[in-house]
Design a protein around this ligand. Structure first.
Ligand SMILES: Cc1cc2nc3c(=O)[nH]c(=O)nc-3n(C[C@H](O)[C@H](O)[C@H](O)COP(=O)(O)OP(=O)(O)OC[C@H]3O[C@@H](n4cnc5c(N)ncnc54)[C@H](O)[C@@H]3O)c2cc1C
Length: 504
């Protein structure tokens, strides 16, 4: 039996082991997990902070496979490629025929005057692990003032979570625009209205330079513009760094993650693979779980000799960024922050005092990008129109307020969705996959999710999946009472359901 060692047991390794087990592998698998707990859904840590998810919601499906052993609380400390063995944090040496690196990423921290990295003051945190989330929740209950350093997507989600637990929350961001990879000044202005209503202040064009402490506890910050802020809790939300220490020390090229081949997922050492946030494939790492889960599926198939499709060079659009935490912000494709190509039209609506901004970027008769802040159902319609590449109406401005008949007006409808439409981008599940699950006998969201895995990533597709399941139930011939005019009856039920959904 070939010996397979897996370093890391996060979201991607857990999915890899599930896939391997389901394919009926012939390996003796040893997994080393730095964290001393079951693997969990890291994407939902901000929901934990917000109180909209509990520990149980973060559970990932377990596997029972006697050929897979997991050592929790034990890291891979070093790698000896010449002798094909790893040394672990408890001093054990384990040989391998194949090694999978799935060590993820860590939160980037910034050096601030007053922080001793060996003994940081109480109150300074990052959010990457479930222990980090628990520590932030505990600290927030004691803190009167909290500061989030970094106003990107994660920083804003953290700020929303803290606003439910702490009296004063301030986001400090170095540029003039929050979420500056996605938004422009107008969108940011609208977003700030919503944040202010949630009790979150934003200080732009500045950053922290120094922390102030009292008896080893954080008490404040000095900013680069000289201002002083009270702060008993600081969460640094300044991006992530791939966890590549072991790979780098063993001479594998890292830039910034471990370099891998797109087809084989192997590093420059053909016996060592890297998947998930620690890896850098040729197209770059997205830092999103969908990419790692696709690599996990592919590697399991490669290692079991199962057929593998060629990687798609032009995948369906999965660049839709949706902010969690009660902030109604969605951005996709060419976003508000990007400059527009000469062939593209940019149509905007800004209603800053109402916290509303909508922008559509059109090339020819297609949407190539859209941004929606505080725009309610318009955001869902624009997302559907973008991911389905639907032709826009003659006057694209119609899409900014009420979707038109030819585009977004019916895009959210299960009836008009093509079967190929990706519904769950974390797991690459299409409407057709959900229909096949229904045909195979699944009759509830829980059942279709268990089979297809839709909704098990960020959960952003839950409403759409529920809508499709309701639509399938409304048209299920098994539920018709008359044997005659079955198709007509089925269509009538679906039409009635459509009307219900559009009213809602
Ligand atoms: C708060 C938060 C919100 C997020 N929101 C989203 C989102 O909305 N959508 C989205 O797609 N993605 C989101 N992400 C990113 C997503 O969580 C990651 O893409 C995903 O977790 C990557 O999985 P992974 O297995 O590669 O890494 P991880 O899940 O980080 O797992 C790596 C594991 O390896 C362990 N490890 C590290 N070094 C070693 C070693 N030497 N030996 C043994 N074990 C080791 C680590 O402790 C960790 O347990 C979010 C992340 C965070 C932190």
């Amino acid at each position: 039996m070939a010996r397979l060692v897996v370093a890391g047991h996060g979201m991607v390794a857990a999915r890899f082991l599930q896939e391997l087990s389901a394919l009926g592998h012939d390996h003796d698998v040893e997994v080393f997990a730095a964290e001393d707990c079951e693997p969990y859904n890291r994407v939902l840590l901000t929901d934990l902070l917000m109180g909209t998810a509990g520990g149980r919601d973060l559970r990932l499906p377990g596997i029972e496979d006697p050929r897979i052993r997991v050592q929790r609380g034990t890291s891979v400390a070093s790698l000896d490629r010449h002798n094909r063995r790893v040394r672990t944090s408890d001093g054990t040496t384990v040989g391998y025929d194949h090694l999978v690196l799935a060590t993820g990423a860590r939160a980037r921290t910034v050096d601030l005057e007053g922080i001793d990295s060996h003994q940081p003051p109480t109150g300074v945190h990052v959010l990457r692990s479930i222990d980090d989330a628990a520590a932030i929740i505990a600290a927030a209950s004691q803190a009167r003032s909290a500061v989030v350093l970094g106003g990107g997507v994660l920083g804003l989600e953290v700020a929303c979570g803290l606003a439910r637990r702490t009296a004063s929350v301030t986001v400090v961001h170095p540029t003039g625009v929050l979420m500056d990879r996605q938004l422009n000044a107008g969108a940011c202005e609208a977003l700030q209205t919503t944040l202010a209503a949630m009790g979150i202040s934003c200080l732009l064009h500045t950053t922290a330079e120094k922390v102030l402490t009292r008896n080893g506890n954080l008490s404040g910050l000095v900013l680069s513009d000289g201002r002083r802020l009270d702060a008993e809790l600081l969460v640094m939300s300044c991006g992530t760094v791939p966890e590549t220490g072991v790979a780098q020390a063993a001479g594998l090229t890292c830039a910034p993650g471990v370099l891998i081949d797109a087809d084989t997922l192997a590093t420059e050492d053909p016996l060592i693979y890297a998947i998930g946030d620690c890896a850098s494939p040729p197209e770059g790492s997205s830092g999103l779980v969908a990419q790692g889960w696709e690599q996990a599926r592919r590697l399991a198939r490669l290692l079991t000799g199962s057929p593998v499709a060629a990687p798609s060079r032009t995948p369906a659009p999965t660049d839709v960024v949706r902010v969690k935490g009660g902030l109604d912000v969605v951005s996709m494709g060419v976003n508000a922050a990007a400059s527009t190509h000469s062939s593209q039209r940019r149509i905007q609506l800004l209603d800053a005092s109402a916290g509303r901004f909508v922008e559509v970027v059109v090339d020819g008769d297609r949407i190539v990008g859209a941004t929606a802040v505080g725009a309610g159902s318009t955001a869902a319609d624009l997302t559907a129109a973008y991911t389905r590449a639907i032709a826009v109406p003659k006057d694209p401005a119609q899409m900014l307020i009420r979707p038109s008949d030819s585009a977004a007006g019916r895009t959210g409808s299960p009836t008009t969705m093509p079967e190929s439409l990706t519904v769950c981008s974390c797991n690459g599940v299409s409407k057709g996959d959900l229909m096949r699950a229904w045909e195979a006998g699944d009759r509830s969201v829980a059942e279709v999710s268990a089979r297809t895995r839709a909704t098990t990533g960020c959960g952003g597709c839950s409403d759409v999946v529920a809508g499709i399941v309701e639509w399938l139930a409304a048209g299920d011939p098994d539920q018709t009472t008359s044997s005659g005019a079955l198709e007509d009856d089925t269509q009538r039920k679906r039409d009635a359901h459509e009307m219900e959904m559009s009213r809602g």
